[in-house]
Design a protein around this ligand. Structure first.
Ligand SMILES: [Mn+2]
Length: 344
C-alpha cells in the first residue's frame, strides 16, 4: 500500500472502529513504542481499560519491558513483551514509524489503526493523528470523552491517572512548548476525576513519582554525566559521551541513563544538548553504533537533524543512531550537524 492509501481518521471514526470491534468480540492488541516512556505506557494501558469498558478484551504490549520508575501506573504489570496469540484488532499508540515498534515490527502489516502525535509520523496504517497534541494521551483522552458522552463508559479514576501520567510525562509536567491551553483543560478534567477518588494516587503524587524522584543508580548516572560534560560552539551546544566501560565500572545499565540528557540541557546558555551512548554494537561497515538523544532549548529543530541519521522525534526532543569509529568522532560529527540548526 502507498502512504496515500491510508485514511486519516477523526476521533469519532476511531472511536467507532474500537466500539464495533469490541462489540464483534474481537480481541485487541494495543502496542506502544520500544523503550516505553510515560506516554506510551500510560496511553496503551488506558486504551486497554477503555476497550474493556466497551465489553471487549485486550492485551497491551511493548517489545521492551516497562521501566521501574513507571511501575506505579495502574495495571503496569499488564504490559507484555512477547506476542503469543492472534488478535482481531491491532492498534499502535505513540508510534511514529514501524521501526519504533522495535522487535514487534513484524506485526506492522497487521496494524489497522495508529494513534500518534509525533511531527515525524509517517503513515503505515489508517491513523488518528494530531501533531499539536502534547502526548498520545491527549488523543486517547478524546476517545475516552466520546465514550463518556455516549454513555458507553463512566469516568474512571485509574484511566484518568494513566492519561494524566501520559500527558504529564510528555509535556515535562506541563512545562514544554508542546503544552497548549487544551493540554491544561484536559489535565484539569482528569485531575477532577483523579482527586475525587480518595483511595488512589493523587495528581501531585503522580507528578512527584514521574518528575522528582530518581533511583540511587540514576543519580549516580547523572553524576557520571556531570563528570564527562563537554561543550562546543562557545557553550551553545553541550553534550555528554556515555562510555559502556565507564558505566559498567559504576554498575550502571542503560535504563539508569534516562535523565542523562537533562545534565547538558540544564547548563545556562545551552541551545542544543545531546548524549552519545556507546551501544557495544557494530554496523555492517565495521563502524561502532552510538545511540543519540538530543534536545533543543530554543527554536532549533533537532528532529530534522536526527531524521537525517535515520532517527526522528519532535522538534525539541529527538533521537537517532550514528555510526563512527569512536564516540569522540560521533560527537564531532553531531556538533558540526547541530551547529547548522543554531541561529547565527
Ligand atoms: Mn508520546
Amino acid at each position: 500500500m502507498n502512504n496515500t492509501d491510508y485514511k486519516a481518521l477523526s476521533v469519532a471514526e476511531c472511536a467507532d472502529i474500537l466500539k464495533s470491534s469490541a462489540k464483534e468480540g474481537k480481541k485487541a492488541l494495543i502496542i506502544g513504542h520500544r523503550n516505553p516512556d510515560g506516554d506510551a505506557a500510560g496511553s496503551v494501558l488506558a486504551l486497554k481499560r477503555l476497550y474493556e469498558a466497551l465489553g471487549g478484551s485486550a492485551d497491551c504490549a511493548c517489545c521492551d519491558k516497562i521501566p521501574d520508575y513507571l511501575s506505579f501506573l495502574p495495571d503496569s504489570d499488564h504490559l507484555i513483551t512477547e506476542i503469543k496469540e492472534e488478535y482481531g484488532l491491532y492498534v499502535a499508540v505513540d508510534v511514529a514509524s514501524p521501526q519504533q515498534l522495535g522487535e514487534l515490527e513484524y506485526l506492522k502489516d497487521k496494524i489497522s489503526i495508529t494513534i500518534d502525535h509525533h511531527a515525524s509520523y509517517t503513515p503505515f496504517s489508517d491513523n488518528l493523528r494530531d501533531p499539536s497534541a502534547s502526548a498520545a494521551g491527549e488523543l486517547i483522552y478524546m476517545i475516552y470523552s466520546v465514550f463518556i458522552c455516549c454513555k458507553l463508559t463512566k469516568e474512571d479514576a485509574d484511566i484518568a491517572r494513566l492519561l494524566y501520567a501520559a500527558i504529564s510525562a510528555d509535556s515535562g509536567s506541563f512545562r514544554y512548548s508542546n503544552t497548549s491551553p487544551k493540554t491544561h483543560m484536559i489535565a484539569a478534567d482528569l485531575m477532577k476525576t483523579i482527586n475525587s477518588d480518595k483511595e488512589g494516587m493523587s495528581t501531585s503524587y503522580i507528578s512527584m513519582l514521574l518528575h522528582d524522584q530518581k533511583s540511587m543508580k540514576e543519580i549516580r548516572a547523572m553524576g557520571m554525566c556531570i563528570e564527562f560534560l563537554e561543550t562546543c560552539e562557545c557553550g551553545r551546544i553541550a553534550y555528554v559521551i556515555i562510555e559502556k566501560a565507564e558505566a559498567e565500572k559504576l554498575g550502571l545499565s542503560d535504563e539508569d541513563f534516562g535523565s542523562a540528557i537533562d545534565i547538558p540541557r540544564k547548563i545556562k546558555g545551552t541551545e542544543i544538548a545531546f548524549t552519545v551512548k556507546e551501544t557495544g554494537k557494530t554496523g555492517e561497515n565495521g563502524l561502532n553504533i552510538y545511540k543519540i538523544s538530543a534536545r533543543s532549548n530554543t527554536e532549533a529543530n533537532v528532529s530534522e537533524i536526527c531524521a537525517a541519521f535515520g532517527g526522528g522525534g519532535h522538534p525539541k526532543a529527538a533521537g537517532a543512531s550514528v555510526q563512527a569509529k569512536s564516540a569522540k568522532e560521533a560527537a564531532e560529527i553531531l556538533c558540526s550537524e547541530f551547529k547548522k540548526a543554531l541561529r547565527s
